[in-house]
Structure formats: structure tokens, C-alpha cells
Design a protein around this ligand. Structure first.
Ligand code: FE2
Length: 397
């Protein structure tokens, strides 16, 4: 009796929007089979499970890629009427869904809807003899959705993290490439943050939306002066879940003499907001970047002047706040083209890829934190100068 009463009160008291994990990140892509090989070869992902015609999936093919606690789902439509077909036409390859593990997906969905969210897909439960997976989706900015996911039986979250089954109709994949990636790890651990690009004047709307609907709070705030160059500008605010499990910076374009990189993104994304980049966390930035470079990942390069200025800036900041200096070999950081930034809590190493498809839209960031919990504000100026050079080469400035 006591147990039942305790359970009831726990259920009533716990917020259904409490997030347990980033369940997976779904990309809509034109050719999931080939995209899976790209991410496996260049970023070292394991092609772990597949749902396609051979498993009875006749509408779409899905490839689950895994590394550390990262799960990427690549989805490609198998017919012209699949909603992904239209989205790929409009936006090219990119992130469709940021899925969040919760205790009860239906309860989380209902709470979000009552908080003002718009339905993308009502709750439904997929089941087989192994257990159940319940999914329910709400719209966020532009073409992106959040899906709440809750799991039972062999599909449970702990089991999934250990390589257990993802959802009904998926089959496990064994390959020499998977073995190779196990033996040559890239060290990516989990999703550190997701950055959304929204239309000019809409950043504050989405800040409020995350506060009201998801119960997120503002994490850091950069004002326009901090992160603009003379020519291209943006504004950014970072929203974080209560437990800081997920951080979602939101960018909007700001006026500049030349075209903002956010505006460039929107123009190549059918003027529709979307995820601009996804940052993967590593604990060994040098080893990760060296391995990714060896595998052919194409990173943005910094102006030569960057390394003439960076050590003074970073070491001064660390000293001011009583922290040790950057422990990694400085020359090796420079040789690998890694960026460094510091704040009052410590420093970070980070690096950005070039866009991963022909449209200048989605890219990936690699981030290694040594105390710093920010996003590399000091690198923004250097980054934008480098981005502008790339933009100029594409004739989009
Ligand atoms: Fe970032």
C-alpha cells in the first residue's frame, strides 16, 4: 500500500518533460545507404541497425549509426509520396528530428501541447515481442521537430545505450567497416549542442517558446557586438533543459554590410529555419581531430593570424581566473588547425567542418571542454572571417 502511494505521488510530482537523454537525431537524406557509408568512413560511426525493404519497411529506409552515446538515424523515402521526399526537394539533406528520451512519451507530448506546442505527430506505440517504443512529435522551428520517445522491454533506454535493439523492424548489421571503426575510434561521445538558425526577428520568439513549452532556461547570452564582424552578423541565445542535458543555441541574422552566414543558410534552405550545426563532444580533442582529418573530414581553416593572437588571449583569461594554462601541445593544436577559447570557468577546443552536403547548410562541430561551458565566443570573430572567405569563394557574399 505504501509503495503504491509513493509511486502515485512520484508520478504526480515528476514533470513529464524531464529529459532522460537525446534518444536519436534523424536526418532526412536523398540516399541513406550512401550517407551511412560517408558518416561511417569519415566520422567513424558504426552502422549498427537497418530497417529497409529486407525487413519489411516499404515506405522508407532507416540506418541507425552509433558512436559513444550518439545515435543518428538516416532516413530516405522509398516513394514520391513520403513526406521526406518533399523535404529533400526543398532543403537537401539535413536534420529533421531531435528525439528526446522521456519516461512517458504520451504524457510529455500532452504536457507540451498544453504548454502551447503544435502537433507534428500524435502519440503512437510501435511494438513486437521484444517490447514497445512510444513516439510523439511536436513542431519546433521551421522544418524541425522534437519527438518524445519512451521505451519498454528490450527496447529500454539502458539497453539501447549498450547497443540493444532500436525499434521494431530494425535488424542488426555486422561488417568489416564496423570492426575497423572499433579498432580505430574517433572518440565522439555525445551531442553537446544543437544550433538552430531562425528568421530575422524570430530568435526571441523561440527563446520564449523553449521557456514556455519545454521548461528550458536561457544558458548564455551573446550580444550582437560580441559575435559580429564588420560585414556579417548574427545574434544568438542559448536555451538549455533544466538538467542541462541538451543545449540549443538559437541564431538569427543581424544586419551587416555583407550577407550574414545565417541568411546564406536560410536562402539555401528555402527560407526555412533548421539546424545549422550539431556539436559532438570528445574528451581528447587532439586525437579526435587527428583521426577525423586522417579519414578525410574537411574542416574550416583559420586565417594564419589566428595562432599569432590566440595564446595571449586564452592564457591571459585562464590566468585571470586562476586556472592552469592550456595543457595540450600548442604546436600540435596549430598543426591540427584546432581553435581554442577560454572563459571564467576554463577553456575549450573546437573545430567546425565545412558543410556536409553541396548546399551551404548543415555542418558538424567537434568540441572538447576543459572547464569552459560556453560555445567559443572568442572564436566567433575568427570563425566568421574564415566563413566569409568560404562564402566569397561560393559567390554568396
Ligand atoms: Fe557550436
Amino acid at each position: 500500500m505504501t509503495t503504491a502511494a509513493t509511486q502515485t505521488s512520484t508520478t504526480i510530482n515528476s514533470d513529464p518533460l524531464t529529459l532522460i537523454d537525446v534518444d536519436h537525431v534523424r536526418f532526412y537524406v536523398g540516399n541513406a545507404k550512401q550517407a551511412a557509408y560517408f558518416y561511417a568512413h569519415t566520422f567513424g560511426f558504426r552502422i549498427d541497425q537497418v530497417a529497409d525493404l529486407t525487413t519489411g519497411s516499404r515506405e522508407e529506409a532507416d540506418y541507425l549509426l552509433t558512436q559513444g552515446n550518439i545515435r543518428i538515424l538516416l532516413t530516405t523515402p522509398l516513394n514520391k509520396d513520403h513526406p521526406a521526399a518533399e523535404e529533400i526537394k526543398l532543403y537537401g539533406d539535413g536534420i529533421k528530428e531531435v528525439a528526446l528520451t522521456v519516461e512517458d512519451a504520451t504524457a510529455a507530448y500532452n504536457k507540451a501541447i498544453s504548454n502551447g506546442a503544435e502537433c507534428a505527430q500524435a502519440p503512437r506505440t510501435l511494438k513486437d515481442e521484444k517490447g514497445t517504443v512510444t513516439v510523439a512529435s511536436i513542431k519546433i522551428y521551421g522544418r524541425v521537430i522534437h519527438t518524445f520517445v519512451s521505451r519498454t522491454g528490450e527496447y529500454n533506454h539502458e539497453n539501447l545505450r549498450k547497443g540493444g535493439p532500436f525499434m521494431p523492424n530494425f535488424k542488426k548489421v555486422e561488417s568489416e567497416l564496423n570492426t575497423y571503426n572499433e579498432q580505430n575510434p574517433c572518440g565522439l561521445m555525445y551531442c553537446d549542442h544543437f544550433v538552430g538558425n531562425v528568421e530575422e526577428g524570430k530568435m526571441d520568439y523561440w527563446v520564449k517558446w523553449y521557456e514556455n513549452v519545454m521548461g528550458f532556461e536561457m544558458f548564455k547570452h551573446f550580444d550582437d557586438n560580441d559575435i559580429s564582424t564588420e560585414y556579417s552578423a548574427l545574434m544568438s541565445k542559448v536555451m538549455a533543459s533544466g538538467n542541462n542535458l541538451i543545449k540549443m543555441p538559437i541564431n538569427e541574422p543581424a544586419d551587416g554590410v555583407k550577407k550574414s552566414q545565417i541568411l546564406e543558410y536560410l536562402e539555401w534552405h528555402n527560407m526555412t529555419p533548421g539546424v545549422q550545426h550539431l556539436a559532438f563532444r570528445t574528451d581528447d580533442g587532439l586525437k579526435t581531430v587527428a583521426e577525423l582529418r586522417r579519414r578525410g573530414v574537411d574542416f574550416l581553416s583559420m586565417p594564419d593570424t589566428y595562432y599569432e593572437l590566440v595564446w595571449d588571449r586564452v592564457e591571459r583569461m585562464l590566468k585571470e581566473h586562476g586556472h592552469e594554462g592550456v595543457k595540450e601541445d600548442h604546436q600540435r593544436i596549430k598543426d591540427l588547425g584546432i581553435l581554442v577559447d577560454a572563459d571564467d570557468e576554463g577553456y575549450l577546443l573546437q573545430l567546425f567542418t565545412k558543410p556536409l552536403q553541396d548546399r551551404p547548410t548543415f555542418f558538424i562541430e567537434i568540441i572538447c571542454r576543459r572547464g569552459s561551458q560556453s560555445f567559443g565566443k572568442g572564436n566567433f570573430k575568427a570563425l566568421f572571417e574564415s566563413l566569409e572567405l568560404e562564402q566569397e569563394r561560393r559567390g554568396n557574399l
